[in-house]
Design a protein. Structure first.
Length: 281
């Protein structure tokens, strides 16, 4: 089954370039493109694509406005997936607020676009599972993390205190394929909320988490994790750089292989800087 894609972009060259990069993947099918915000919304309603690539700066109404309308009407945790495209990085915090799965900068880097498409495949598989995305992921060999409150002992995944470890030190017990694997929290770089689950980014790759950021944060209490945004939790010991943004907001660059950038809301900025200064002592 193909993953149906709607591209909403007012610039012809950018639209054609993105369409070409996507078309190289035979499991993706392109719908008729949209050239402005209202057309993008109407195309979504008529075509019902699985993923919408939205340029943030479009005539009449912005891609962000279109995303908010779509998010208000789609099922919780359902399709379409949202990916923003833009030549500016100032809207990344807003992108997280509508649970976009990615944010791609222009001009397009083919390697970066391919990484986004791989991410789309993963989330599309979860969304297609309907009521229980974690079960679908487990059957595909994707690691799943489930909070203790979500199930009984013997569930596919749990959070556990390791035997012989200092009190309060937590490790994650993950069900990976047919076996179990422990991951130390120091190998967690950051976590983001995606619809009804959380995606934890570790040194070994992303892990699908059947919990909430609040619950995950509580389980990691006492460790250097900080909620930079309502949709983001970061490991402060893995922060490589803090960059100022507009209107008092920041972005943090993590020390993972991708040098991932995670948004920091204006309300969280002061507390973040205070915590980082404390850790640096």
């Amino acid at each position: 089954m193909s993953i149906r894609v709607l591209i909403a972009e007012d610039e012809w060259v950018a639209r054609e370039e993105l369409a070409y990069l996507i078309s190289r993947n035979h499991d993706f099918e392109l719908c008729r493109p949209a050239r402005n915000g209202p057309e993008a919304y109407e195309r979504w309603r008529s075509e019902r694509p699985d993923v919408v690539f939205l340029d943030i700066h479009m005539p009449v109404c912005s891609g962000m406005e279109v995303a908010r309308r779509i998010a208000a009407e789609r099922p919780v945790g359902g399709l379409p997936l949202i990916v923003f495209t833009t030549a500016y990085d100032e809207h990344a915090v807003e992108a997280f607020s509508v649970e976009a799965i990615d944010y791609v900068m222009k001009p397009y880097d083919p390697v970066r676009v391919q990484a986004t498409l791989n991410r789309v495949r993963h989330h599309w598989t979860l969304a297609r599972s309907g009521g229980d995305p974690a079960d679908k992921a487990a059957s595909a060999g994707v690691p799943i993390l489930q909070s203790p409150a979500a199930g009984n002992a013997g569930t596919s995944v749990s959070l556990a205190d390791g035997p012989g470890r200092p009190a309060g030190q937590i490790r994650l017990l993950l069900h990976h394929g047919g076996g179990m694997v422990f991951i130390d929290p120091t190998r967690i770089c950051y976590a983001t909320r995606v619809a009804r689950w959380v995606e934890v980014h570790t040194d070994d790759g992303p892990v699908c988490v059947r919990t909430t950021l609040n619950e995950l944060g509580e389980r990691l209490a006492g460790l250097p994790f900080f909620r930079t945004h309502k949709s983001c939790l970061v490991n402060l010991s893995r922060v490589r750089e803090v960059r100022p943004w507009v209107h008092g907001a920041y972005t943090v660059v993590m020390d993972d292989a991708q040098r991932s950038e995670v948004p920091v809301s204006r309300n969280a900025a002061k507390a973040l800087l205070r915590r980082l200064r404390h850790l640096a002592r």
